[in-house]
Ligand binder design. Structure first.
Ligand SMILES: *[C@@H]1O[C@H](CO)[C@@H](O)[C@H](O)[C@H]1NC(C)=O
Ligand SMILES: *[C@@H]1O[C@H](CO)[C@@H](O)[C@H](O)[C@H]1NC(C)=O
Ligand SMILES: *[C@@H]1O[C@H](CO)[C@@H](O)[C@H](O)[C@H]1NC(C)=O
Ligand SMILES: *[C@@H]1O[C@H](CO)[C@@H](O)[C@H](O)[C@H]1NC(C)=O
Ligand SMILES: *[C@@H]1O[C@H](CO)[C@@H](O)[C@H](O)[C@H]1NC(C)=O
Ligand SMILES: *[C@@H]1O[C@H](CO)[C@@H](O)[C@H](O)[C@H]1NC(C)=O
Ligand SMILES: *[C@@H]1O[C@H](CO)[C@@H](O)[C@H](O)[C@H]1NC(C)=O
Ligand SMILES: *[C@@H]1O[C@H](CO)[C@@H](O)[C@H](O)[C@H]1NC(C)=O
Ligand SMILES: *[C@@H]1O[C@H](CO)[C@@H](O)[C@H](O)[C@H]1NC(C)=O
Ligand SMILES: *[C@@H]1O[C@H](CO)[C@@H](O)[C@H](O)[C@H]1NC(C)=O
Ligand SMILES: *[C@@H]1O[C@H](CO)[C@@H](O)[C@H](O)[C@H]1NC(C)=O
Ligand SMILES: *[C@@H]1O[C@H](CO)[C@@H](O)[C@H](O)[C@H]1NC(C)=O
Length: 823
């Protein structure tokens, strides 16, 4: 050891030992403290309390045993060092259920009782009123219990109480007892989110020590003087009256007494008056100000620029009628600024310039989504490099993304979607985890250079080029959406991407054989390769992607047969192979697609990452997948996508019959097998597909009669059987009649069909099959000619009964003539 280091160490040891000796001499009653143990009658009271606990799965009370006499050492129990009396009982946030035993009353010296977050309650689920008899109680937390009784007036007897937390503790409506005004020592009162109501809060003014008041969620709609009442509690540091249906406050306060206020939450109350006429702008002590969903409007006052203590300003969802031109340069404490869905105008260039410019950079979270901001994205934003999250989605911001983005070394989340941004995406900061720049006019190549990125959404831009090998370094990637761009070439073959969950590449110029990269993506849930130029056969290993729920390979040039292994995908709820060159027969093992059966119907994805449930990613995932249903082009959004149960194999060269097993997919909502070469009968048991809403078998060579069970399908709204060789009497049924009324061509091109709703009578004319066939083929070719005319511009040919479509055109018939529905 270096001599001076040894010296230093010695010094520390010396100092420590002298401190210890002073400590032991300075505090003589140390011995006494050690061995004051609990009093027998208090121990018995605790054991009686334990007897009424019906459930303790974590074994919290396992130390509470008669054999372990010193109850002061039991879990959750704290005693006085001097007297041994139990002073504190804290069992909060434990998984305890049962009744709170009145035996606790024997703990006469109890000062602190915390049962918050447990499943305990009083007798019959009532409030344990005996608790109101404690003489020394200073702290009572019964939050998140679930009492089914009135809040007792006796609470006002707890004259020593300083802290009372009853938030979210009531399951029945109850009036707030005005006797709470007797709790003259109260500093903290939390009654938020209960079924409480009151018509009078004047008792609050007797709480002269009150620093924290939370009455969020309590209906105060009749209390016109609420502002005058709270203004008479000058001790207040934190006030939350969110979601209280507050009446428009009378703004004419002559004097503001709330000079100590640090937190003010008034969100979700309809005020609907100008922002500037609010009463709180002169309170410069405010640090946290939450005004979301208050519908305040007009310009922010200059006083905001003088609120130098402010660290949080929430002003979201206020109906796009506010403006912000205040100079915020001096708000050096500002950490979070949320103005989403509130500004009616604004110039982003000027806005950014007015943000804090302080030596200590604190602004971490800036969110301006859904505003009407225009202007050019500033190229230099040196004063904002402390940001961890920046969100400017759904505005009209133009220009290019600052090349200085790399200097934002703390940035983790960046969302710029739905703007008019152009130019190339610059190099990203290394720490970035979420990037959403979808729906802009960004172009050029993209550098896949943010190694920790988990969510990468570039969809609906004009980004070009191949995906470089560097892409494989993105080992944390979870969701990748490159759809609607001009990416081209083959996907790199990465060793693994363990977390990749959704891979959305639709509508690009990707080519090559079915990407072998996908083989290693064992957690893949969504795969959309539609509208590209992938060719070759579908690999057998596709059946190994055990988590796959949505598979859209439509509009490519895939050929070969459908591998039977695809039916191993027990979670698959969307199978879209339409518009390819797929041949062979439909696998019979389809009934193994359990997610398409009623008993195993898909629910929402449970391992959904948090950002899917927040508004953070506003637009990227809204158009997650598309599927042609009910003759319309549906776009599925984040929430509705989970309820898709679809099979679309249309426009291929499938041969053979429709397997009877298909009917066991009784959770299926949409089935399209049209424009293939399918023969044989429609499965007799098709009526078992109870939930099916749309069935399209048109343009095949199906024969035989239409099964009567079709008329059992009560949800059916679209049925197309046109251009087959079906024969015999059309089954009757109210549902089928309605479906026919909506689409009277649904039986066209089947000249041996007869009976209502067709004019053709079953007894006459129909007995001559030759005649019927001739007529059928005539009609067939006529309509086909018509169809070819419509889809001119890409190759259409005839192959036996099948129509051969090229899948390579983005201006394809369905797309151009259909309606996009964003759900
Ligand atoms: C604590 O224990 C010591 C012996 O270990 C004894 O001398 C002392 O009297 C005890 N104090 C109390 C308060 O019981
Ligand atoms: C509570 O415990 C007492 C005995 O200490 C017992 O008589 C009573 O039935 C228990 N109540 C419930 C609800 O378990
Ligand atoms: C009792 O003494 C221990 C140290 O022995 C100390 O940590 C604790 O705070 C004391 N408790 C009270 C209530 O004074
Ligand atoms: C408790 O309060 C009630 C009503 O507020 C009152 O009638 C009763 O006398 C009080 N009890 C005690 C023990 O102070
Ligand atoms: C408690 O409050 C009630 C009504 O608010 C009042 O009538 C009563 O005198 C108060 N009791 C005490 C002990 O202050
Ligand atoms: C608070 O301000 C009001 C004026 O709005 C005044 O009448 C009242 O005396 C003040 N109250 C306290 C407790 O300071
Ligand atoms: C706030 O301050 C401004 C100027 O500093 C003053 O004109 C106004 O009356 C004050 N408002 C209140 C409610 O105190
Ligand atoms: C502002 O944006 C909102 C939401 O995007 C829109 O409804 C509103 O019409 C826009 N207002 C103006 C003046 O552009
Ligand atoms: C936004 O502000 C900048 C700087 O003041 C200005 O050059 C630009 O023209 C403004 N843009 C719009 C759309 O008002
Ligand atoms: C990024 O930071 C470096 C060093 O701090 C600086 O020289 C450069 O100008 C910055 N780039 C931009 C575009 O702000
Ligand atoms: C799949 O995801 C889960 C959690 O979502 C993760 O624990 C697991 O490691 C992933 N599987 C692979 C092969 O990485
Ligand atoms: C495909 O399924 C068959 C059984 O149906 C199985 O033997 C074979 O190993 C599977 N192949 C792959 C690549 O999963």
């Amino acid at each position: 050891m270096h001599p001076s280091a040894a010296k230093f160490l010695l010094l520390i040891v010396a100092a420590a030992s002298s401190f210890l000796s002073v400590a032991s001499h300075g505090l003589p009653p140390r011995q006494l403290k050690r061995n004051a143990s609990c009093l027998p009658h208090e121990r018995d009271a605790l054991l009686a309390f334990k007897e009424n606990i019906t459930s303790d799965p974590e074994g919290i009370l396992s130390s509470w045993r008669r054999g372990r006499k010193d109850c002061c050492r039991w879990m959750g129990v704290t005693c006085s060092n001097q007297t041994g009396h139990v002073l504190e009982l804290d069992l909060s946030q434990r998984n305890l259920a049962g009744q709170i035993s009145p035996s606790l009353l024997s703990l006469e010296h109890l000062e602190h009782l915390d049962l918050g977050g447990t499943y305990l309650s009083g007798h019959d689920g009532r409030f344990p009123e005996f608790l109101c008899s404690f003489k020394n109680l200073g702290y009572l937390d019964l939050s998140e219990l679930s009492f089914a009784s009135r809040l007792p007036a006796q609470l006002g007897n707890l004259s020593t109480l300083e802290y009372l937390d009853l938030h979210n503790a009531y399951s029945l409506p109850s009036e707030v007892p005005p006797q709470l005004g007797n709790l003259s020592n109260l500093r903290h009162l939390d009654l938020a989110y209960n079924y409480l109501y009151t018509t009078d809060i004047s008792w609050l003014v007797r709480l002269h020590q009150l620093e924290y008041l939370d009455m969020a969620g309590i209906n105060l709609s009749t209390i016109d003087n609420w502002l005058h009442v709270v203004n008479m509690i000058p001790s207040l540091k934190s006030l939350s009256l969110s979601n209280c249906s507050l009446p428009r406050a009378n703004q004419s306060l002559t004097h503001i007494n709330l000079t100590k206020l640090e937190t003010l939450e008034l969100s979700t109350n309809y005020f609907g008056h100008p922002i500037a006429s609010s009463w709180f702008w002169n309170i410069t002590s405010i640090q946290f100000l939450e005004l979301s969903s208050t519908y305040l409007y007009g310009p922010f006052p200059d006083a905001l620029g003088r609120m130098t203590s402010l660290s949080f300003l929430g002003f979201q969802e206020n109906g796009n009628s506010a403006t912000m031109a205040v100079d915020l340069k001096n708000l050096c404490e500002l950490e979070t600024l949320l103005l989403d869905g509130s500004l009616s105008s604004g110039n982003i260039t000027e806005f950014i310039e007015k943000l804090p410019q302080c030596s200590s950079r604190k602004l971490g979270y800036l969110s301006l989504n859904d505003n009407n901001m225009t202007g050019i994205m500033p190229q230099v934003m040196g004063h904002l490099t402390s940001l961890t999250a920046l969100s400017l989605s759904n505005n009209s911001i133009s220009g290019s993304i600052s090349p200085g983005l790399q200097n934002f070394t703390s940035l983790e989340e960046l969302s710029l979607s739905s703007n008019h941004l152009s130019g190339q995406i610059p190099l990203l900061p290394r720490g970035l985890e979420i990037l959403d720049v979808s729906m802009n006019f960004l172009s050029g190549h993209f550098h896949f250079g943010a190694p920790y990125i988990g969510v990468l959404i570039l969809s609906s831009n004009k980004i070009t080029g191949p995906i470089p090998e560097k892409f494989c370094e993105l080992q944390y990637l979870r969701d990748l959406d490159l759809s609607n761009n001009s990416f081209a070439g083959e996907l790199p073959v990465c060793f693994s991407m363990p977390y990749l969950h959704s891979l959305l590449l639709s509508n690009n110029e990707f080519s090559g054989k079915f990407p072998s990269l996908i083989k290693r993506l064992s957690n893949l849930t969504l795969l959309d390769l539609s509208w590209n130029k992938f060719y070759g056969t579908l690999p057998i290993w596709i059946g190994d992607l055990a988590e796959l729920r949505f598979l859209d390979l439509s509009h490519n040039m895939l050929h070969g047969s459908i591998p039977a292994n695809i039916t191993h995908l027990r979670r698959l709820q969307l199978l879209n192979l339409s518009f390819n060159n797929i041949s062979g027969s439909i696998p019979q093992s389809l009934s193994k697609l359990m997610a398409m059966t009623k008993t195993h119907m898909p629910g929402p994805i449970t391992n959904l990452p948090d950002y899917w449930n927040t508004d953070w990613i506003n637009y990227g995932f809204l158009d997650i997948l598309s599927a042609v249903t009910k003759h319309q082009h549906h776009k599925y959004g984040v929430r509705s996508i989970f309820y898709i149960v679809d099979i679309d194999l249309s426009v291929n060269h499938l041969t053979g019959g429709i397997p009877d097993e298909m009917a066991s997919l009784d959770g299926l909502r949409y089935l399209n097998l049209s424009r293939n070469c399918l023969r044989g009968n429609i499965p007799e048991n098709i009526g078992a597909m109870e939930l099916v809403e749309s069935v399209d078998f048109s343009w095949n060579s199906l024969s035989g009669e239409i099964p009567a069970s079709l008329s059992d399908l009560t949800f059916l709204s679209v049925l197309d059987l046109s251009y087959n060789n079906l024969s015999g009497r059309i089954p009757s049924g109210r549902q089928l009649e309605t479906v026919y009324d909506n689409n009277p061509t649904m039986y066209d091109g089947n000249n041996n069909l007869c009976g209502p709703p067709l004019q053709r009578n079953c007894s006459s004319g129909n007995s001559d099959p030759k005649h019927g066939n001739e007529k059928a083929s005539g009609e067939n070719s006529e309509s086909l000619f018509f169809y070819i005319g419509l889809v001119s511009g890409f190759a259409v040919g005839l192959w036996g009964c099948c129509v051969l479509y090229s899948s390579r055109s983005h201006e394809e018939l369905f797309l151009s003539s259909s309606i996009f529905i964003v759900v």
